[in-house]
Structures are given as structure tokens and as C-alpha cells.
Design a protein around this ligand. Structure first.
Ligand SMILES: C[S@@+](CC[C@H](N)C(=O)[O-])C[C@H]1O[C@@H](n2cnc3c(N)ncnc32)[C@H](O)[C@@H]1O
Length: 322
């Protein structure tokens, strides 16, 4: 079963955001959520398998090793909601641990219909788990799930893969706070956070030699061509990954290889690019272990437990709504 989106006109919303982002004075920007159309969601799965991108394997190692303890710490009858589930592969460990105790409803909340379909296929074989896909933005989806829960049921929200790192500081805390407002005391949030590590290791992870991350990033221009009738010539753009020491984040950009003009018909926009000018498409902030517990506290959660992977520094944080 799928809960369908409520966006009245997705094409004009996309067109408006592209228009605003490319007209921004100074740095051109596009929202990272648009990286995930069908092609983008499939390319992201390949990124997760790349040797340079240790993040997903670290997240999965922690879930595999500690799933039983994690679910035991969340008492009572549980409903699981996952923000930006992607293919849901890692979530299997949590759902299997829960299903040993009781039948459980699982709501993957995704903006990408392709990711949602992958997730439903991936996890369909787990006994005692009923899956209801929710094709919504994070908090709209969470509101929908919260409204469906029965009295006495606890919500366990999963936000894995360090997707929280896509929010700028301190917007990450504001987002956690908004999430907290939807939850009830005693509900739980399992938050995956990628930890600080050497810059070269990070650059390799976001600019792999095979070019998969480059394809993932440039697909955003291809998507604008497909959906908004634009004329980006992809060969005239290049992927770039940069470390920003001030914000402790990796930034993905798309850099223009020459002076050029682009027309985006459905956005009613013609936009000039200078050689070397970039569009900023994604940020991935890196955290310290202590900082995550602090953020949690500022957002109205108590940090109940943290598990750390030392092979690829990454923390799984169990936060309880106060
Ligand atoms: C970085 S991927 C992480 C996927 C998965 N959780 C993992 O750990 O591998 C982010 C996922 O969130 C989804 N997403 C991005 N922005 C979203 C939004 N505003 N609302 C709902 N889903 C979103 C994307 O489609 C994508 O599948």
C-alpha cells in the first residue's frame, strides 16, 4: 500500500525552485532533494556500494551488530517511520529484530517513488512487518504517520545514512525540533551521523574515480532537461567535491566549463553561466560525537545511547523525546 503525494503541481513547484535557485545572487544553488529522480535514486544505490564511500557500510555494520539492543531500548508496541528510506536495505536489521517480538507497521517516507518501490521490494519478505509507503516530504510524512498511530503505540523514527548532514547548521537542530513537535514523550529517533575524518578520505568518497558520484550530480541537469524542457549540454559541466573547513562539510557543486547561456522553457528562464561558475547542489556536514548529543538536547531529545564505528567513523544515536 502507498500513501500518495499531495503536491498539486509537481512540475511548477520544481520549475519555481529551479528558477529561484539559479537566479540567486552570488552562488547559484539547487535543492538536493531533486537529485533523487528515478536515475538519481538508482545511482545513489551504486554510490553506496563504492569502495570509497564507506558511510553506508559503517551505518549497516552498526545496525547489524546492535539492532537487538536498539529495539529493546524502545519499550512497548512500536510503529516505525523512516525518513528518506532509500532502498531500505540497512533497515532490514531493525525490522527483523522488531518482528521477533511483535507484528509491526513500517512507513518508509520518501520523496522518490523509485526509492519507495525499491524499499517495498527489498523488505517485503520480512514476516510480521506490514509496509505502507508514504510518498511525501519528511515532516509531512511523519505527520501522516503520527496521525495514524493508535493510542499507546510508540513511534520509532529512523533517520539513517547521515541524511541529517544535508541540513546546514543550525537548520539541522531546527529540523530535529520540528520533528520533536510531532512526537510524544517516550518516542524514539535513531539518527545516523557521519563523523569527522581526514579531508582526502572525504573527497574520495564524494568524487570517486569511477565517476558515479559525478553522474549522480550531473543527472540533476539532465533531469531539468527532461522535465522542464531545458538545454543544458552536459559535456560543458563538471562535478566538483570541495571540503569547507568553516562549516565542516563536503559540498557538491556543478561547475561550468565555459561561458554559456541556458534556457529552461518550463521555468520561463534564460540563465548565463561564466566559466568556472558553480551550482551548489548538496552539502554533507560531518559531526563530532559530543556535538550530536548536544544537538539532540537542544531539540528536546535525550541521548539514550550511541554506538560508534571506528573503521569508518560513524555514530548511530538513539534519542528519546522528552
Ligand atoms: C542520502 S539518501 C539516504 C538513503 C538511505 N536512508 C540511506 O541511508 O542509504 C536520502 C534519501 O532521502 C530522500 N529524500 C531527500 N529529500 C527528501 C525530502 N525532503 N523528503 C523525503 N525524502 C527525501 C531521497 O529520495 C533519498 O532516497
Amino acid at each position: 500500500m502507498v500513501i500518495h503525494p499531495i503536491i498539486a503541481d509537481p512540475v511548477s513547484e520544481f520549475a519555481e525552485e529551479v528558477c529561484n535557485g539559479l537566479n540567486k545572487p552570488g552562488q547559484k544553488e539547487l535543492p538536493s532533494k531533486y537529485l533523487y529522480d528515478e536515475v538519481g535514486s538508482r545511482l545513489f544505490e551504486v554510490i553506496c556500494a563504492l569502495p570509497e564511500y564507506g558511510l553506508t557500510r559503517a551505518d549497516e555494520r552498526l545496525l547489524r551488530k546492535h539492532a537487538r539492543e536498539i529495539v529493546e531500548r524502545v519499550r512497548g508496541e512500536v510503529v516505525v517511520a523512516e525518513l528518506g528510506s532509500g532502498s531500505g536495505k540497512k533497515t532490514r536489521w531493525i525490522l527483523e529484530a522488531l518482528s521477533r517480538h511483535r507484528p509491526t507497521s513500517y512507513y518508509p517516507i520518501e520523496i522518490s517513488a523509485t526509492a519507495l518501490a525499491m524499499c517495498e521490494r527489498e523488505l517485503a519478505d520480512i514476516d510480521a512487518i506490514s509496509i505502507v509507503g508514504c510518498e511525501r516530504e519528511y515532516l509531512d510524512g511523519l505527520l501522516e504517520v503520527a496521525a495514524r498511530r493508535l493510542r499507546g503505540q510508540r513511534l520509532l523514527v529512523l533517520f539513517l545514512g547521515s541524511t541529517i548532514g544535508n541540513f546546514d547548521r543550525p537548520a539541522d537542530i531546527s529540523f530535529l525540533r520540528e520533528m520533536r513537535l510531532i512526537l510524544e514523550p517516550g518516542d524514539a529517533l535513531l539518527l545516523g551521523t557521519d563523523l569527522e575524518k581526514p579531508v582526502l578520505q572525504l573527497i574520495d568518497a564524494y568524487d570517486d574515480p569511477l565517476g558515479v558520484t559525478a553522474a549522480f550530480n550531473l543527472n540533476l541537469l539532465a533531469r531539468i532537461n527532461r522535465e522542464l524542457d531545458a538545454d543544458f549540454v552536459l559535456e560543458r559541466y563538471a562535478h566538483a567535491a570541495r571540503f569547507n573547513a568553516d562549516t565542516r562539510s563536503i559540498e557538491m557543486h556543478i561547475s561550468s566549463a565555459c561561458d554559456q547561456m541556458v534556457t529552461i522553457k518550463k521555468a520561463g528562464l534564460s540563465v548565463p553561466f561564466q566559466k568556472g561558475e558553480t551550482i551548489w547542489t548538496e552539502t554533507s556536514h560531518k559531526y563530532s560525537v559530543e556535538e550530536v548529543a548536544d544537538m539532540a538536547e537542544h531539540a528536546g531529545f535525550r541521548c539514550d545511547a550511541q554506538w560508534i564505528d571506528h573503521e569508518w567513523p560513524f555514530a548511530e544515536n538513539l534519542l528519546i523525546a522528552e
